[in-house]
Write a protein that binds this ligand. Structure first.
Ligand code: GLC
Length: 693
């Protein structure tokens, strides 16, 4: 069989199988599993979402939780948070936790990580993805995948490929030139399957070059199998297959979907029909079954030597906390208002609904039934203990819960004027409620010396199936933040979210700003520790925080969200590659992140060795507290061609230093740097040394 070395036993097993048994293995027989063949000792293949933990148990054939009480799990920080740590070891450790929990929950495939490039800040699933930069994405996704698979669970790197928006995600045809595909959108997938050895890949919903990804010859045969030599299993996204013949004859292995008529899936009865009437060779099914059996062999599902795994272990929660700690980004701290001193802190005012909000159970398929979730308010109260009076006011509120209409939606819609009037009344009521909450918060901000605002986004904005229309903070938060800062100019601003927001209307008024992601079950603990200096923030932005979305190339040069097609006119100029090349200043640049201490960079040098370049630099902690710094290396062409970005990230290393301590670090650049400047930097716009070799 092409692209796969087959064991004799595997071939023997397939020979004993009936056509029905073979077909049962290549399409969903339940929402999250395929059928096994018990008479031959072949188990079903059990899958589960997602990147932030093992999703709750569903009914076999109903999009409804099964109501179990043993499916509470460790709720991990989102993959954007992991990316913000720039810590390869943490990525591997977090992958191990996810793999061990998946095994412990009896799963064979965990549908993670999502590694699509963050082409626009508006994509609803950005929180599930790593970065706008393919190098940073692969440097963290590869160890994450390897960590998962240490536990005899298959990672399922997704969504292959160019699934960079939610709008029309089920059918949009992405038109990207080969240079952009090869340099931006495919490299992380290449590394995930060749270096990460991801045992499965999930095809995306959208089209590429006119073909649906999950039945695409270009993506699955030409690229994945032929060019990359991938011999693993390809699983469709749920409902992403559209044609029996194309799917069967493609390199897709398993069709999953969202409906309950499992026998009617494209690769079920309809395929049996086509085999029976000779339209399709049974051999194409055999090849798919052999890949699945090979996967089961690799996962030790058939030899009794499989790892057991476990979930909700205390060490898993500790790891979640470590990742959350290192993901927090100190964006601004002009007057050193942070860290706040706990000594003598008698009272503290916390404003903002996100202080008291849990995020685990939102966002779409990445939702998690968390064993628990520490909110920022809980984390702060826990850290301060009873000595400080912590007062909380929401400051803003979301949309009112839409009260159930007594009429059914259709009858109701016949009176849309009534509907409109009702909606108008609601908007007024909501506006008035927010005004009251705002005035209440502002009045209190005048009365308290120490105030922290905690706002941002939630999974009403950061969610699967939805893209934001802009980067504006929802729920009139901009006005609230301005008014609070006018009332108390020392207010600390903390924002939570999975993608950047506009800050322009208040950022110059705010002396200190912290960014925290959906930080998992211990996110609130980590945030409290950063606020009060128990932890020194070391996160760096894995994506550009634009001033507004129109400063992003997908909107400035490209097309978004497009219609039936979306053309990536910006080519390779994605994220900082665009902003740096075309001098569009962001609010905060790619790779930015401050610390409670300072670092100096000295003795920069580079040594060429065949296809590699070793870059050395001595970093010193010149401040008074321990801290970690991520040194970044960008390559900049000396004679830039117009189709080249002015610089690209090619290396980084994170180093932790005691006050006064120095360490020499070495970053290996996997390419010859001839004709390019080697920039050693603390961020994409904070270049500390330049070397030419
Ligand atoms: C969803 C998502 C995918 C998820 C799958 C199963 O539609 O696109 O990421 O793993 O279906 O829930």
């Amino acid at each position: 069989m092409k692209y796969l070395k087959i064991s004799k036993e595997t071939e023997e097993i397939v020979k004993q199988m009936t056509l029905e048994e073979k077909l049962g293995m290549i399409h969903g027989g339940q929402l999250f599993q395929t059928e096994g063949v018990s008479r031959l000792g072949i188990p079903p293949l059990k899958m589960s979402d997602g990147p932030m933990g093992v999703r709750r148990e569903f009914e076999a054939a109903l999009w409804k939780g099964a109501g179990h009480t043993d499916d509470y799990v460790t709720y991990l920080p989102c993959n954007s948070a992991l990316a913000a740590t720039w810590n390869r070891k943490l990525a591997s450790d977090m992958g191990e936790v996810l793999g061990k929990e998946a095994r412990g929950r009896g799963k064979d495939v965990i549908l993670a990580p999502g590694i699509n490039i963050k082409r626009t800040p508006l994509c609803g699933r950005n929180f599930e993805y790593f970065s706008e930069d393919p190098y940073l994405t692969k440097e963290l996704a590869v160890p994450f995948i390897q960590g998962i698979q240490k536990w005899d669970v298959a990672a399922c790197v997704k969504h292959f490929a160019v699934n960079n928006q939610e709008t029309e995600r089920l059918s949009v045809d992405v038109i990207a030139d080969d240079k952009a595909l090869r340099e931006i959108y495919l490299p992380a997938f290449y590394e995930a399957v060749t270096k990460g050895k991801s045992l499965t890949v999930m095809g995306a919903y959208n089209k590429v070059k006119g073909e649906f990804c999950c039945q695409s010859r270009f993506l699955l045969e030409d690229i994945l199998r032929k060019e990359w030599g991938y011999d693993g299993v390809v699983i469709s996204d749920w409902g992403a297959v559209h044609d029996t013949g194309l799917a069967a004859n493609s390199q897709l292995t398993i069709e999953m979907s969202v409906t309950y008529d499992f026998d009617q899936y494209y690769m079920a009865e309809p395929l049996k029909e086509k085999i029976r009437n000779g339209e399709i060779e049974e051999q194409v099914i055999d090849e798919k079954v052999i890949r699945i059996l090979t996967l089961m062999t690799r996962l030790h599902m058939l030899d009794g030597k499989r790892k057991a795994g476990s979930y909700n272990a205390p060490s898993h929660r500790q790891k979640a906390l470590e990742v959350a700690r290192e993901s927090i980004i100190l964006l601004k701290n002009e007057k050193k208002h942070l860290p706040m001193d706990t000594g003598g802190l008698k009272e503290l005012l916390i404003i903002g609904e996100n202080a008291n909000c849990m995020h685990a159970n939102g966002g779409g398929s990445a939702e998690i039934k968390a064993l628990y979730e520490i909110t920022p308010l809980m984390g702060i109260k826990t850290l301060l203990g009873g000595n400080t009076q912590v007062v909380f006011v929401p400051g803003y509120c979301r949309e009112e819960m839409k009260e159930e209409s007594s009429l059914n939606w259709q009858e109701d819609s016949l009176r849309n004027d009534k509907g409109k009037e009702k909606q108008a009344e609601k908007n007024t009521a909501l506006h008035n409620k927010r005004k009251m909450l705002r005035e209440d918060a502002v009045r209190m901000a005048k009365e308290y010396e120490h105030v922290i605002f905690i706002g941002g986004l939630n999974h009403e904005q950061d969610t699967e199936g939805n893209d934001r229309k802009d980067m504006k903070l929802p729920y009139e938060q901009d006005l609230l933040i301005r008014e609070i800062l006018k009332a108390n100019s020392n207010t600390i601003v903390v924002l939570t979210g999975g993608s950047p927001v506009e800050m322009g209307s208040w950022i110059s008024m705010a002396p200190s700003v912290l960014w925290s992601w959906y930080g998992g079950m211990e996110g609130g603990t980590a945030l409290a520790e950063a606020l009060f200096g128990k932890v020194n923030p070391s996160g760096k932005l894995p994506e550009t925080f634009y001033k507004r979305h129109t400063d992003c190339s997908a909107h400035a040069m490209g097309e978004f969200p497009g219609g039936k097609t979306v053309t990536y006119k910006e080519g390779v100029f994605v994220g900082y590659r665009y902003n740096d090349t075309f001098a569009v200043s962001p609010e905060f640049c790619f790779g930015h992140g401050l610390s409670y201490t300072t670092f100096s960079y000295d003795n920069a040098k580079a040594v060429r060795a065949k296809e590699q370049t070793q870059v050395f630099c001595t970093v010193t902690n010149t401040g008074t507290v321990k801290g970690a710094e991520t040194v970044q290396v960008y390559l900049a062409p000396l004679h830039r061609k117009k189709e080249e970005p002015v610089q690209e990230l090619k290396g980084f290393e994170k180093v932790e230093l005691e006050p006064g301590e120095s360490k020499e670090i070495c970053m290996v650049i996997e390419e010859d740097c001839k004709g390019r400047e080697i920039r050693i930097a603390s961020s994409s716009r904070d270049i500390r040394s330049i070397i030419k070799i």
